[in-house]
Structures are given as structure tokens and as C-alpha cells.
Ligand binder design. Structure first.
Ligand code: PAF
Length: 298
């Protein structure tokens, strides 16, 4: 059966959209035969400037670019926002075509989970998946690792790009690629922020006007903590406790505010210089996450 292929338009050429694996494989095989390199950006849609910054870099890194849009059920816990996750496919497609994407892959559930989601094979990254966000979202990172592994196997990119807003996710994916010996370079890209500092996220759409005004506090608190950490790297517990307190006082329900070693998110020792401060906090019905990097030199 021939895969449905839809042509979109863009200034420099035409974007193809494929909805199934057979269509994806046909395009990837053609590109590989031409000797073209491929960069891949997986997304769940509802695209914002953060996603477009990944695409821009992807275009610099490879001859051809693929973006996928797939809302992956197995990375959402019970009672989370899988059913209500915003879908803006037509707008996303227009934006991707305008930004010179080559191939958009929009699989449905049966393409990526042919045997259903309940008894499906899972990819689990031990340790890293159970800390920070993983403590509060126990199945989340195995859901991410599983779907990203499926997407990487089928898109066969030379390079794949992920935003550093989801810093723990980025490290989980690096582990998947290393541990499963995939010959793919993983590139982390800086957090893209609104003018008031709020990290761009599809979930910011859940904030009402009052909450939206409060939301930049999470980044401001991380920045203040980073300053204090540079001055006093031996005060990690106090810095973490203060971060939690400031967010609570600002109307958030914080899950964690934590100083970790950037490399692997382990608790830092006095020798560790490259640190990250990571936070997750609820504001109304939006769960916001953010992080900053800190280089301590003493
Ligand atoms: O970051 C996301 O949008 C998702 O977790 C990803 C990487 C596309 C996997 O579903």
C-alpha cells in the first residue's frame, strides 16, 4: 500500500508530510542513497520558538531535516494531560513549511505501537529515570526513552536535537543512544525564553492571566540561587530550601528545587564545578520545569 504523502509549500522547495513508517522509510532510503545527512527533531506538536530554534540548528547541521509530531501516551501518567494536550497540526505544518523543513512525520498510535501500549517493549534508563521529575512521574522517562528509541531507529538521523529546558530528558536520551550503541549525535540546545524569562513550553498555555504574570518567578528564583551558589558553593541545602520557600510564597506548589552535577544529575561533591539547578513546580494546572547551569570556580 502506498503511504499517503502530502506536499506543503515553502519558499525554498517543498515539505513532504508522511503519516506512516513505510512513507518515512521511502524518503529516508532515497536520501541515504543520495549520500545526504539527516537531522531529526522529535516533538509533540503545538510548536513554539523553542522548537523552531531546534529546526534552524538542524538545518545548519545536516543536508535534510525531519520533524516528528506525535503525542506519546506512555510518557503521561494517570490523570495527566494526555487527553487534553494541545493539538495545532495545521498551524504547526504551516510554520514548519515556512521554516524550510524537508519532511514532517506524523504517525498515529498504530504506527509506533503496533501491538498496543499495554504490553509493549519498554526502554528503561535505570537510576537517572527515577530522580527529580522521575520521582513525581514514575513512568515518564521510560515512556520518553521508548518512543525516542523507536523514532531514532526509523528516522535514522546522523544528529538529533533536543531542548535543554527538559534537561533530565536530554540526559536520558543521551544514555539511550550511548547504551544502545546508536551511531547518532545528540545535540542539546539552549532554553528559549519569553521576554520576562519564562521558559517557552507548550504547557504555558494552561496558565491563566494571573498565573502567567507570576510564572517568571521560577526563572528569577533559579537565577538568584545560581548567584548564591557561585558565592557559597558549600551551602547547597540552604540554597535548595530557600528556592522551595520562595516558590511556595509566590503561589507555586514546588516538587523540587535541586542542585545537581550537570553531567549526570548526581548529587554534587565538593570537587564538582559544573552544576545545574533544576526546579519543577505547579502553578494552577500547569507543571513548569526549568533549570540553569552554574560554573563554580572555588
Ligand atoms: O520533549 C518532547 O516533546 C517529548 O518528550 C519527545 C522528546 C518528543 C518524546 O515524546
Amino acid at each position: 500500500m502506498k503511504a499517503p504523502v502530502v506536499q506543503g509549500t515553502r519558499s525554498g522547495g517543498s515539505m513532504e508530510t508522511v503519516f506512516d513508517l513505510a512513507g518515512l522509510h521511502r524518503v529516508v532510503t532515497r536520501w541515504k542513497a543520495e549520500g545526504a545527512t539527516i537531522a531529526f527533531v522529535p516533538t509533540m506538536g503545538n510548536l513554539h520558538s523553542g522548537h523552531f530554534s531546534l529546526l534552524e540548528r538542524a538545518r545548519e547541521l545536516a543536508d535534510r531535516t525531519i520533524v516528528s509530531i506525535f503525542v506519546n501516551p506512555i510518557q503521561f501518567g494517570k490523570g495527566e494531560d494526555y487527553e487534553s494536550y494541545p493539538s495545532t497540526l495545521n498551524k504547526d505544518r504551516a510554520g514548519l513549511a515556512d521554516n524550510d523543513l524537508d519532511l514532517l512525520f506524523v504517525p498515529d498510535l498504530s504506527q509506533l505501537y503496533p501491538g498496543g501500549v499495554d504490553t509493549d517493549t519498554r526502554v528503561i534508563v535505570p537510576g537517572l529515570s527515577n530522580i527529580l521529575c522521575g520521582r513525581f512521574r514514575p513512568e515518564h522517562f521510560s515512556g520518553v526513552a521508548t518512543v525516542v528509541a523507536k523514532l531514532l531507529i526509523n528516522t535514522q538521523p546522523d544528529v538529533a536535537l533536543f531542548g535543554e529546558k527538559d534537561y533530565q530528558q536530554l540526559l536520558v536520551i543521551r544514555r539511550v543512544v550511548t547504551d544502545l550503541c546508536m551511531p547518532i549525535e545528540i545535540v542539546g540546545m539552549p532554553v528559549i525564553r519569553e521576554t520576562d524569562g519564562l521558559a517557552m513550553s507548550s504547557r504555558n498555555a494552561y496558565l491563566n492571566m494571573t498565573e502567567r504574570k507570576k510564572a517568571p518567578l521560577i526563572y528569577a528564583t533559579l537565577q538568584a540561587a545560581a548567584q548564591r551558589l557561585r558565592r557559597a558553593p558549600n551551602q547547597i541545602s540552604a540554597i535548595e530550601a530557600e528556592g522551595m520557600k520562595i516558590l511556595e510564597a509566590g503561589g507555586f506548589r514546588p516538587e523540587y528545587f535541586s542542585v545537581r552535577r550537570s553531567e549526570d544529575l548526581a548529587e554534587p561533591s565538593a570537587q564538582d564545578k559544573r552544576l545545574s539547578i533544576l526546579a519543577a513546580a505547579w502553578l494552577g494546572s500547569a507543571r513548569l520545569i526549568d533549570n540553569v547551569k552554574v560554573l563554580v570556580d572555588s
